[in-house]
Design a protein around this ligand. Structure first.
Ligand SMILES: C[S@@+](CC[C@H](N)C(=O)[O-])C[C@H]1O[C@@H](n2cnc3c(N)ncnc32)[C@H](O)[C@@H]1O
Length: 256
């Protein structure tokens, strides 16, 4: 019904997102349903509207990027990070961590809190996402009551400044995290990381893109570095990439 190629072109020009790297059936279905709910009959009408209506354009970007997240997402697994670092990573002067699709910042802040809680203060976190709006939110570090429901009470007291219904990440944590725009599909990967989180984003990508990304993570890791993936994900060909499986959702770089 809609000319999906025109919409893909618009998304590339407007947001710099290459949609043919995403699973097309799911993505196109979501886009079409979004456009039809708004009452547009053609792709041209929808694109014209987007160009003039900031709100619709932003909602459309949200639909494409799917930025759902939460603090300590899948807590049973997430809280294993401390054990993992202590047991499997070589001692470092500074631990370098990359949260590679960080959405509103809950993920990198969760890692930071876990590290602080076990008295590891020598770390720096790079937190990246394709969505600048999310990065601005993350950089602000101010969350609502609903957003912090997963945060344990002692963490709230130690790592947040609380005022009425706002919860602000303390500066000493914020200062250790750099937020940057980065596209996992289109851009070069930074390197020298001990831990990379890539959770709940590659599920939207094609198989080829996933393989490319995991191979690039291999190169981005220091020796014995670890990749932490989402709770519904799996690196099927991890041995071929050069990883050893440390546990469900954790893979360690084996030096080739
Ligand atoms: C579902 S959220 C996951 C957030 C967090 N990692 C978690 O597990 O809670 C997916 C995030 O991936 C980002 N994203 C989508 N495509 C991306 C790409 N090509 N490169 C980098 N980030 C991307 C979205 O903007 C969104 O914030």
């Amino acid at each position: 019904m809609y000319d999906i190629n025109k919409i893909h072109d618009y998304v590339y020009k407007e947001f710099d997102i290459r949609l043919n790297a995403y699973k097309s059936v799911q993505m196109n279905r979501r886009i079409e349903s979004f456009i039809s709910k708004l009452g547009f009959n053609t792709s041209d009408d929808f694109i014209k509207k987007c160009k003039f209506d900031k709100k619709i354009n932003e909602d459309f970007l949200d639909l494409i990027t799917i930025n759902v997240t939460e603090f300590f997402r899948n807590p049973d697994v997430f809280f294993k990070i401390d054990e993992l670092i202590k047991k499997h990573l070589p001692k470092r002067d500074t631990y370098r961590i990359w949260s590679s699709a960080c959405s509103n910042g809950s993920e990198p802040y969760s890692v930071a809190m876990i590290l602080e809680n076990i008295n590891i203060a020598n770390y720096e976190i790079l937190a990246t996402d394709i969505d600048r709006k999310m990065l601005n939110y993350a950089e602000n570090g101010i969350y609502t009551k609903d957003e912090i429901v997963n945060v344990p009470l002692d963490y709230l007291e130690k790592y947040f400044d609380m005022s009425q219904d706002k919860f602000k990440i303390k500066d000493f944590i914020k200062n250790k995290i750099k937020f940057r725009k980065h596209d996992l599909i289109l851009e070069y990967f930074p390197s020298n990381f001990d831990l990379i989180l890539c959770r709940n984003v590659v599920i939207y990508f094609t198989k080829d893109e996933k393989i490319k990304i995991y191979n690039k993570f291999y190169d981005s890791l220091n020796d014995q570095g670890i990749v932490f993936i989402g709770a519904t994900e799996n690196i099927y060909d991890y041995k071929q990439v050069g990883f050893n499986k440390l546990g469900t959702f954790f893979y360690q770089k084996v030096v080739k």
